[in-house]
Design a protein around this ligand. Structure first.
Ligand code: CP
Length: 317
């Protein structure tokens, strides 16, 4: 994929996946997000590095966090952000995805932020553009959600994590999770060695799934969370499951829900994370989701700065 997303000088052209992205690129994005956070919050100077640029949010699946934060990130850097309204567009008359993109490109657009239920859609768009527009993947099927991986790494980094010493468990619907794949890519690249995956058998990835090579599979959350520094809980993605593979919520919570009792098995102060939206008292008990160890809303805040960093990297002159 790096043939597509990096140019000959190693600069980002598109942001489709974290898989294979050089560590130096990831670290540069983390540093840039931190600098933009500082500059945004102290308000000392205007952040107009993207003045005159135009971005279109093309979301074929629902979103609260990703769409709003891309919109805010673009506007805070001085760019114009348009939220393309799929339901009121000519796609409902049958216009194809690529005809839609080419039509919008003809209006001089600098970037497309794409979310789609089919894995590979952002790549297809990037490979078929007529212009020099950048494509940013905002989540495609179960393939990748690279800005989520980046913001999760940023959240741990801002909390002082030494990636080389971190033990992290990712628990939940790993089979259908683009977040799990991008988190594994980010954390592995940044040096995390102890990465544990925990899920019911029906929500585990195929054993041959190379995305999770070198991760340790642990069958119970009680065992998987023991001694961990961070627990990343995942949403049950019912919209991507066969009816037969949906566990009962009560049974799932009993076996894989993060409760205070289970959290006590982790290291003291273990960070609790979730990409959202949460199914409360299915994936995480209320008192853990809202408790002192939860970074869930910090993840949301950091999402704006992570997306600002990617936009600045791709679009600033
Ligand atoms: N984490 C995440 O992608 O949330 P949204 O679906 O609300 O964008």
């Amino acid at each position: 994929m790096n043939d597509l997303q990096l140019d000959a000088d190693g600069r980002l052209r598109h942001f489709i996946t974290l898989a294979g992205l050089p560590r130096a690129t990831l670290e540069r994005l983390l540093d840039r997000a931190e600098a933009l956070r500082r500059d945004s919050l102290d308000g000392a100077r205007p952040l107009d590095v993207l003045a005159g640029r135009t971005l279109i949010n093309l979301f074929f699946e629902p979103s609260t966090r990703t769409r709003t934060s891309f919109d805010l990130a673009a506007q805070r850097l001085g760019a114009l952000a348009i939220n393309f309204d799929i339901e009121r567009s000519s796609t409902v008359k049958g216009e194809s995805l690529l005809d839609t993109v080419h039509t919008l490109e003809a209006m001089h657009v600098d970037a497309f932020v794409v979310r789609h239920k089919e894995s590979g859609t952002p790549e297809t768009i990037a490979r078929n553009l007529h212009s020099r527009a950048a494509v940013l993947n905002a989540g495609d099927g179960n393939h990748a959600h690279p800005t989520q991986g980046l913001l999760d790494a940023l959240t741990l980094h801002r909390r002082g994590a030494d990636f080389s010493k971190l033990a992290v468990v990712i628990c939940g619907d790993i089979r259908h999770s683009r977040v799990a794949r991008s988190d594994v890519d980010a954390l592995r690249t940044l040096g995390v060695r102890d990465l544990r995956l925990c899920a019911p058998p029906e929500l585990l990835p195929d054993t041959a799934d190379a995305d999770f090579a070198q991760c340790t599979f642990v069958s119970t959350l009680d065992a998987a969370i023991t001694g961990c520094d961070a627990a990343i809980m995942l949403r049950l993605q019912k919209e991507r499951m066969e009816a037969a593979s949906i566990p009962s919520e009560a049974d799932y919570f009993a076996r894989y829900g993060l409760t205070r009792t289970r959290l006590a098995r982790a290291k003291p102060g273990c960070f609790v994370m979730h990409p959202g939206p949460i199914n409360r008292n299915v994936e995480i008990a209320d008192d853990v989701a809202d408790g002192a160890q939860s970074l869930i809303l910090e993840q949301v805040s950091n999402g704006v700065f992570a997306r600002m960093a990617v936009l600045a990297e791709l679009l600033s002159k």
